[in-house]
Design a protein around this ligand. Sequence first.
Ligand SMILES: *Cc1c(COP(=O)(O)O)cnc(C)c1O
Length: 344
Amino acid sequence: MTTATLTIDLSAIAANWHALNRLTECETAAVVKADAYGLGIDRVAPVLASEGAREFFVAVAEEGTALRRILGPGPRINIFSGHMPGDTDMIRSADLTPMINSVDQMILHVEAIPGHPFGIQLNSGMNRLGMEPSEWSALREIALSQGPSMIISHLACADTPDHPMNAAQLAVFREMTEGTGLPLSLGATGGILMGDDYHFDLTRPGIGLYGGLPYVDARPVVTLDLPVIQTREVPQGGTVGYACGWTAQRPSVVATVSGGYADGLIRALGNGATVTHEGRKAPVVGRVSMDLITVDITDLPETPGHLQLIGQHQSVDTVAGFAGTIGYEILTSLGARYDRVYLT
Ligand SMILES: *Cc1c(COP(=O)(O)O)cnc(C)c1O
């Protein structure tokens, strides 16, 4: 078998959810947008539901519809993008709860499916989704009379706890929600770690469940093992890969490994990434191609059958660092070709 193996530890995801839950006094949701950050919503969401998660969040109604099929009735499925034209049938039939982001969405929602549950998303400063303070004050009494399930907002700088934006958003969120008496939710993974002030009634962790920063204490979830297809000796001065991207400075042994940019090993990983063999590092050399990468294994004591990109010796965030990106992007880029193995 020449496809790489992506091992996803579902028990680690469950442990991360419980650990994040224990950091607060309030309820803990689970964010499973983008196919549970690329790890497989059909496997991840049922585990979280059986561990006790009752509130789920996805980005769009299509994801919510798929999630309802997976979870069945019971857990609440909340939609960050709210209620867009064309979403009504999905919201009704899959019993989804849109987070209403604007006056237009509010009108659409109450006209199309009066009485159907909804929440409110407020813009407390990120300027991405949610109602403006002025919109909210105009709509507030009408919206509250329709019985929203909760009010949420999102932090722009929660991965930088000292950033003044956090306190500023907290103050705006408090002011905008004062006296509503509704359940409130502001923090995602970073917000949980910033302490009680940011917890309110419900937290919305995503990346922390999947083993990524800023949750430094997360249990690792993902292992990615890439089979070695071929090895060869490259003489000093020989070049490897497209555009002769790497030149051997000494007689070298180069392994050609299954997995490339079509599998989410983004091309930026060509500059300075390593893979590991039993804890020893070996540098990725030359360009990342669509299906293959090349690795200098000259200094390994043996020829490995596979090389590990992500696992106990290099975290998702370490790999992200090689490519100048974040763990979120590495996870959500993990390709469809991998042989996926789920540990329970
Ligand atoms: C993605 C997202 C989350 C989860 O954030 P993490 O940083 O992955 O914990 C929570 N709330 C909103 C609005 C989001 O878009």
